[in-house]
Write a protein that binds this ligand. Sequence first.
Ligand SMILES: C=C(O[C@@H]1C=C(C(=O)O)C=C[C@H]1O)C(=O)O
Length: 432
Amino acid sequence: MSAPLTLPDPSAPATATPLVRTVRIEEPVDLLGHVPAGVSGAWLRHGQGLVAVGRAWSVRTTGPDRFAAASAAFRDLASRARVDDEVRVRTSGLIALGSFSYAGASERPSTLLVPRALLGVHDGEAFLTVVGIDEEPELPASWRDLFPSSPVDLPAASPLELEADHTPDEYQALVQQAVDEIRSGAAEKVVLSERTSVRTPEPLSPALLLTRLARAYPSTWVYHLEDVIGASPEMLAQTEDGRVFSRVLAGSRPAADDGELDEADRRAFRADRKERSEHAYAVDSVVERLEDLAAEIEVSAEPFVLRLPGLEHLASDVSARLHEGVTSLDVAARLHPSAAVSGTPREQADEIIARLEPHDRGGYAAPVGWMDASGDGQWAIALRMAHLTGDRSAVLQAGGGLVAASDPVSEHAEALAKCRPMLRSLRGDAEA
Ligand SMILES: C=C(O[C@@H]1C=C(C(=O)O)C=C[C@H]1O)C(=O)O
């Protein structure tokens, strides 16, 4: 295995001292109304969270130890931090946003980044954090100077140009090949995915995409850092006060956008043997690995149905008491990739994925989130996402779990349904 490569930002020497100041904003703040055009990162849910501008410090890592290397660099930075925080809520003070790559062999670096400034809302309380490296951070006269209003949402200009890596027939043949390998005993579950390249008529605006995603999918964790952007329904590792929470999704079906779903229909989905087995692999993968880091693990007695616009998932919540000193990123690193995004057994599934998927997954299906100086934080799985690849180009990626009973046509439909949140936000309309 290659040694991990750690690339600290050249502007931040190893002795860098972060000076952090968080001040309360007395007036109510509509966070989604203040995602500025130059946003450098974001984490949004139910209208709360963090919006970032600039970069005070960052570390980039690659290789199988990319999590540990990034974690060590941030811990080192945090040990020197001087923090003046009058708000003292979960997301105030020294915060790093992060996006990791799916594979240890990926060429795309994983990043932890401390922004120059963060606008935050937590439990209705608004605040501004500013960070200086080796110098006092400057507080602006008004928080609006750093976080002006979000770009104005214009109606869609003209249609997107879309090109999937495969034709529907080709993708279904790949699914069939994976299913055949599963039937022959090579693995029990494999999560295969498809990429769709998009060209847009107008330059892409991460700020606009974020506000659209957060407004249309308020219950998801909407994220952006570096080249990834999306609206994830799946929480890999959330820690607070010595406890860890993980929401495992596996087993999906397209659903109506609104209107109440027939209860009998939903019961049938929950009872479906194929969906349940797909789901069980994912839950087991999380529970087994959590055992190394936590005790008193509790799992939802029965999977519940998580409803999103256009899609439903079987979901289980897992919680546990963390062993002393274990950080949110330690948990994310241990759980990644769970069988919700790789398969079972993990090594065999990842081998099949690397063979059948034509491209490196980059940040797709990998941890994305934030962490504070104590190591507490939230790491979602970067799903329902795009890689921003150019001024007017992005690559969407989505897939689904395959077991011996999977059907290529419905799997293809599921992968397409999972692209809809990003397609809709790219188009700026309700149709996708
Ligand atoms: C792989 C994706 O989603 C994952 C796979 C699911 C499934 O197979 O049912 C459901 C949710 C996610 O864990 C994706 O969105 O691309």
